[in-house]
Every structure is written in C-alpha cells, then in structure tokens.
Ligand binder design. Structure first.
Ligand code: SF4
Length: 459
C-alpha cells in the first residue's frame, strides 16, 4: 500500500458538467476585385501576400476560408457559415469592399477592414466595419485575436511599435493555393525582405503608414524562404517577386542579401532605388544573385517634377548611366513613369519618349498622377480634385487638371506616348536581341491594349 487514494473514492463534490468544447470561430478572408475598366486586376494577378499573412496567423486559432474575387472566386451572398469577415482594400477596390462589408454587417457578422485605404481613411472605413486595422496586421495580431475570441472588438487596431520582422511567420501558401482558380495567379512568388521606405515622396502612402521606420529580415530567413519554395515546387528555377517598397533603402543590407542569394538558382525581380544602381557593381551582384528584372520608379524626366514630388533618390542626370549599368548585366527594366503633375508640360511626354527609346527600356508603365488619401499631396490637391469616386483611383483616371495642360491636351499626349512606345516598330527596336520571355509577351499584349485607348476611358 503506497497511500495513494484514487480521488473518486474521497470526493464529496457532485460530478461537474463536462465542459463543452469551444467551437473555433470561422473567418472568411476576402480580396475584392476592383470595378476599374483598365487592366488592373485582370489577367494573371499577384498572390495577395498581406491577406495570406492574416490567414497564416488566424488559422492557428480559427477556421479560415479565403476568397480572391480577382481570380474568379465568388463572394457569397449569405455569410451565415462565418463569424468574422475580414476584407482587405486599396483605394481602387474599397467601394466593392464596403459593399461586401455592409452586407456582412447587416447579417450580424463581425467585420474587419484592413489595407491601405481603410488605414488612411479610418473615419470613412469605420462606418462599414466592426474594426479597422491600421497598417500591418502582424503588429496588432495578439490584441485583435483576443478581442475576437471574447467578442470585445475595438473600432481600431493600431500598433504603437512595429513588430520585428524576425518574429514574423512565413506565410502559408496553402491558404491561397487551394482555390480551384489559383491557376489565375502569376507564377511569381511574392516575398518580403524589408518593410517601409523613409524616402518620403509626397504622393506615396508608405511613409504615412510606416513613418521613418525601415525594418529588415535576417538574410538567412529570406534565403530559407526561397529554399522552402524551391522544395515545395521541386525545382531551383523559381521566380520570386520581392514586394518590398524599396528593398535597397539600406545598401549594406541589400548587398548582404544579394551575396546570400548567389548560387540559389532562383530568378527574381524587385523595386529598387535609382541611386543604389549608380554603382555598377550593384547590378553585377544582382545578376550573380539571379535578378532578371528590376522595377525602377523613374517617375519623370522633368527635373521640376522630381523636385515637386520630393523624390530625392532620383538624379535625372544619372538616369542613362543607371540603365546602362543594369542592361550591361542583361537585366531587364520595368520602368514607371507618372504624368500630370503641375510641373509637367507637353514636352514632358516627348522627353519621356526619347528617354525610353534611347535606352531601350523593356517594359515601360505609364500612369496618371493620383492623389491618394492620407498622403501630404492629397491634402494639398483636395480643393482641385474633380471627384472622389474611389473606383477611379487606379492611377489610370483623370482626377484633376494639371496646371500647365488642358484636359484634352493631357489625355491626347497620354494616349499618344503609349501607342507610340508599343507600336510594332518601337517594340522591335526596344526588344530585339533581348531574351524571349514573358516581357516580350507583355509588349505584345500592350500593343493590342494601347490600340483601343480613347480619351473617355480615362474619365
Ligand atoms: S521611394 Fe517609392 S516607396 Fe519610397 S516613398 Fe518614394 S514612392 Fe514611396
């Protein structure tokens, strides 16, 4: 006898009622499709990294379903199977997000809105949500999760300090890839190595969300994530798309990352600062590390415009040299050009055309200057903005009259440059001798697309 007495022999308490297993709440995550008529959200679209991250965190505690309207998934009319509906929105798809949110609220669901537009316009977004998340979800997740579990959700979740990127999980791609429509995603795998960009361009939402902060991830974490995708897909030759706002803001980090990626066998593209590329060694290293395309925000070839938008990292006098450094390594360029700032004139279009042709830029992208809510420039332009129809805030619609051009003249030039750059003759001139890959296909698609452009499409 060891003195042990089974508890049931001595208990004088009545048997407690067995605790009911708590039901895991069910979340529906939604990426809405915009209503814009101009190529945005059509064709192959990127995997939505931020919403996938919400799912990655949420599935540890809740049951999660994911819908991406852009790839053909259908948003249900009836939300009765769900407790929480979480929707991400930029300005161009926010009216669709509000419509879905209102329907879910009317059915008694808890609704969470996140993404750039709800972050920027909390007062507007809160009318359509139980809670609005300011900026990234990772930094507010613990509080949000607890409040959802207790049903004590607050109107806004905003982090006092941002979480270190070393503490962030690797996004679970199964969440998005289980849709039968996932074949409509781009083959490029989104990945983050940094967050934030303190350059401070006045038209950009990033500095408003992240302020002066710039965070980096340990390079071995980035490399491990690339290797994970190589194992998942059973091949080395995968295509990574760095979604960072400005991966090269800290040149020392970028160099360390490039060195760590040498020999991996993955191809990649990224947004990169022009001043970083002034050093020819950077493009050399990028090539060694597998770079196939760099996304460069030239924005303008008009010096007054670069000054007007406060883009201190762009020096127009070095543009040709930067392009030559990149092309010498056989790396292609997706170049972004914005028209319609008050400093622009009809000559800005001709100057841009000459620059692109002289430097044989592979994939030029033209947009119309758009004051996004929450930016310093939006406040400045507010009195002159002609409408606040968010569906048209897709950077392809005319929002206000530029100081030095009439509307007709502006739109005529905006269409003309696109038609000329994407004429067969000019595509051949820019692309001959370049690798026959998807960039060629984009040029062909852009040729047909630009033939259809008419001024009223931009109004
Ligand atoms: S450099 Fe790019 S990401 Fe940074 S503030 Fe300017 S536009 Fe935004």
């Amino acid at each position: 006898m060891n003195g042990f007495v089974p508890s049931e022999q001595v208990s004088i308490l009545p048997n407690p009622t067995p605790a009911k297993p708590t039901r895991r709440k069910r979340w529906l995550l939604i990426q809405p499709k915009s209503r814009t008529n101009l190529m945005v959200d059509s064709g192959k679209v990127s995997i939505p990294l931020n919403l996938m991250m919400v799912g990655t965190l949420a599935q540890k505690h809740f049951d999660v379903e994911f819908i991406d309207e852009r790839i053909g998934d259908k948003v249900p009319q009836d939300f009765s199977p769900y407790d929480v509906v979480a929707i991400t929105a930029r300005t161009l798809n926010v009216s669709k997000a509000y419509e879905i949110a209102d329907r879910a609220l009317a059915q008694g669901k808890r609704v969470i809105l996140g993404g750039t537009h709800p972050t920027m316009l909390f007062e507007e977004a809160k009318e359509h949500a139980t809670s609005v998340v300011f900026g990234e979800v990772e930094s507010v997740w613990d509080a949000l999760r607890e409040d959802v579990e207790r049903d004590t959700m607050k109107p806004q979740y905003r982090a006092g300090t941002f979480k270190s990127m070393q503490e962030m999980d690797r996004p679970d791609f199964n969440i998005v890839l289980r849709s039968p429509n996932s074949k409509n995603y781009s083959f490029r795998i989104p990945l983050l190595a940094t967050k934030g960009c303190p350059v401070g361009c006045n038209f950009c939402t990033t500095p408003t969300i992240y302020g002066k902060s710039f965070r980096t991830r340990d390079t071995d974490r980035v490399v491990n994530e690339i290797k994970f995708h190589q194992d998942r897909l059973g091949k080395k030759d995968i295509h990574i798309s760095f979604m960072d706002d400005n991966i090269s803001f800290k040149p020392a980090f970028m160099e360390e990352l490039l060195n760590a990626m040498i020999g991996l066998g993955a191809k990649w593209n990224a947004n990169i600062s022009m001043n970083f590329l002034e050093n020819p060694k950077v493009a050399e290293l990028a090539k060694e590390a597998g770079c196939e395309l760099l996304n460069i925000g030239f924005e303008s070839v008009t010096p007054e415009t670069i000054k007007y938008v406060h883009k201190g990292s762009n020096r127009i006098s070095r543009y040709d040299e930067v392009v030559a450094n990149v092309h010498r390594q056989g790396i292609g360029i997706q170049g972004y050009f914005i028209f319609g700032f008050d400093t622009d004139t009809p000559a800005s279009f001709q100057g841009t055309y000459d620059f692109i042709m002289r430097n044989r830029i592979e994939f030029p992208v033209f947009t119309i200057a758009t004051p996004f809510p929450g930016t310093p420039w939006f406040e400045e332009m507010k009195p002159r903005i002609e409408h606040f129809n968010w569906d048209k805030y897709d950077t392809y619609h005319y929002i206000y009259k530029p100081a030095k051009m009439e509307r007709e003249e502006f739109l005529h030039n905006f269409i003309k440059i696109q038609r000329e750059i994407y004429s067969w003759k000019n595509i051949w001139y820019r692309m001959k001798g370049k690798p026959f890959n998807w960039v060629w296909m984009v040029n062909v698609a852009m040729h047909y697309f630009t033939r259809q452009l008419k001024p009223q499409m931009f109004l």
